[in-house]
Write a protein that binds this ligand. Sequence first.
Ligand code: ADP
Ligand code: ZN
Length: 610
Amino acid sequence: MSGGTDGALDVLSRVFGYDSFRGPQQEIIGHLIAGGDALVLMPTGGGKSLCYQIPALVRRGTGVVISPLIALMQDQVDAMRALGVRAGFLNSTQEPAERREMEAAFLAGDLDLLYLAPERLRTESTVALLDRGTVSLFAIDEAHCVSQWGHDFRPDYLTLSGLREHWPAVPRIALTATATQATRTEIAARLGLQGARHFVASFDRPNITYRIVPKAEPSRQLLSFLRNEHPGGAGIVYCLSRASVDKTAEFLTANGITALPYHAGLDAFTRARNQARFLREDGLVMVATIAFGMGIDKPDVRFVAHLDLPRSVEGYYQETGRAGRDGQPSTAWLAYGLQDVVQQRKLIDTSAGDLAHRRRQSAHLDAMLALCETIECRRSQLLGYFGEESGACGNCDTCLSPPEAWDGTIAAQKFLSAVYRLKHERGQRFGAGQVIDILLGRGTAKVAEHGHDSLTVFGVGTELTESQWRGVARQLMAQGLLTVQGDYGTLELTAGSDDVLGRRREVMLRREPERPPRARAARAAKTAAPPDDLPSEAAPLFEKLRAWRAGAAKEQGVPAYVIFHDATLRQIATQAPSSLTGLSAVSGVGEAKLARYGQQVLDVLGGGQP
Ligand code: ADP
Ligand code: ZN
């Protein structure tokens, strides 16, 4: 194949059927083709894969892609083969005969791309194999897995530091969708990429709406979010524990929503089957722990919901980034409450790591809390966390229905003073529930038992409701003015609390909007709502094309989007081309797909039987 960036543009249009590069793609590809090393930071859906796929097609030899996602390699290879790219993989799921065949193809120079699990590189036989063939480049996917500061650390990634020494002449490209400055430095150091060029795309995902709501009845809140805003849409619901995954999946199923569980406690077969169904069928909801999702490149995930507080902003951004890779409107929805803070602090206090590790976790939690309680634009806060400045976005809950800020100094003083008195007058420590009962002057059994009705703060807080007091407690924690400890989530004052109690510090709080923002979308529609940019006269054709695609995908045992993306089908339905040439102008229709499916698509368009 011809070299240089002309070659790259040619591959982009012939193989992938796209007419122009996105963001920094062209620069990255040119740099790699010329033999340079690169560290690439791009959000999920930004188009990272092309950055190594195209150089692998242009340069001589095989591009070796290192990925931790063994379960997804088959899909990745299928997607490449559907484009006419000669791709294969080597991992532990293969039969020896299959592996030998793949090795032979590599040695014969018959592979453009070879996907490899990182642990393979620990074996001498793999290293020897790569030495005998020609490697055009190394692509290190999910590069944040090498970082201990991050949230997906994989010890096998540490062996990748040896690539540079062993193959000094082979260009390397490391890619990740998540990295603060700290993580980026760590990735570069551990992979020996200090000399590499860094390419940082904007991390903004403008088609994702961010929403964070106070948790009241989480299952019901989730159900109404799904029904009102994404009926029939595919999505992921994240829960912290296996038990809540199972419970939530059952609850949704009982309410008529097809939901599947995924967590490490399920056997490998069930996990693989549920994942395959999520990828292949339309409109399924996956209820999962964070064990699910890395590398899932299903383009039409319409929402990502969190029923528990994520452990870090990086994790949250990575998880929510799985929504809307196709650029269509999508929602990131998180319900969070006081109990989350209690639970996470407890997890941190009892975690196995050393003090430094617990400090890191604690810093992560604080940043996450600050995001939840902000009265500013969520997106600009998120982007700010990744070092990117931006104005208010107009597409997050705080932009759409701005929470009011109010002077909560007196409320804060009341709350903290109740905690103080319990400790200093009674030598007791309690959780937020009891403190709130005291402030509200409730004569509960527990209040009577401890004689808390004789405290001077008893009943001094009736101007706020219980849920408002919970909001006060959460925000005091988010601002570092209060902390929780131990198994029972007992409250403790901090250095900052003293400033509030001593009237040296004001406390601004956010008032939750009374009504949830815009719960207006159509109810009950069982199929996904037609996307906005599809003219109504094209809708029947679009449905016909989807039905054809479903049949073709089933026949080949691949996800529907491997055949054509929704966006491509939509453009075909709108333009209704009458010739193969016309069809080839549609974005996403490259040579291989045109040859394979072109006539079938024209038949569908012409009214013939699909
Ligand atoms: P990432 O790995 O960064 O999450 P992908 O590489 O999966 O993103 O790309 C996301 C989607 O965008 C894919 O469907 C891909 O085919 C599409 N895409 C990437 N680059 C382009 C481009 N230059 N033009 C049109 N579509 C593109
Ligand atoms: Zn905003």
